[in-house]
Design a protein around this ligand. Sequence first.
Ligand code: SAM
Length: 239
Amino acid sequence: VSFGYEDVPPEEKTARVGAVFSRVAAKYDVMNDAMSGGMHRLWKDRFVRRVKPQPGEAILDMAGGTGDIAFRLAERGAEVTVADINRDMLDVGIERAIDRGLTGLAWSCQNAEELGYPRGMFDAYTIAFGIRNVTRIDKALAEAHRVLKYGGRFFCLEFSTTEWPGFKEAYDLYSHKLVPQIGKAIAGDEDSYRYLVESIRRFPPMPEFEAMIRAAGFANTRVEPIMGGLVAIHSGWKV
Ligand code: SAM
């Protein structure tokens, strides 16, 4: 399993990812704006439009972190459960929800690979910028399938590989040289951001990831690349 520039055994990856997010939690939201020039907000808006949350629907926002996706879903009337393996990220999210006057979200500390929910609980499962941090992605996808109702939908927003010529090179340079520097300047933490960049580079390309979603049992899978595939929305249905 890759971890930054090193390879670490799978049983260690989860703990090390945990440490990364505990370190970045307090600065997570400002760093997202700094690193993406605010663009992550537009990607998240588009993602939630694709999910089309309906009032009263039960949605599990997995790896929900500080709540960016969950808040957008809840504002459209969905009943949202935010689950994340990291307490520190959830704590920031709970504070943000209080500040926004958003009550009624459920917050739960859980590993995506092994969920404490019965089969068929949710109408939709969302995961944004989370799946690449999971150690055993196939297990997380199987769990997503299990906890969804029949007719339920899976939506994933994740970095991928842009195929726009020129842009790809500029992005590689930006992410490998500049992002760790921004991490150092704003969050005083270069290594965590080095890990985040490397985890993006090592994540499977779109067709491969779509095949993994199908292998977990999802039907009608789709991929929508954004900015040539810099970011992609993957979806599938439990039928
Ligand atoms: N979804 C949020 C967003 O879009 O802003 C947070 C994304 S953040 C980059 C990734 C999150 O994945 C972190 O909060 C981290 O704790 C969580 N995570 C990593 N591994 C996980 C796992 N195995 N199970 C659940 N959450 C996990």
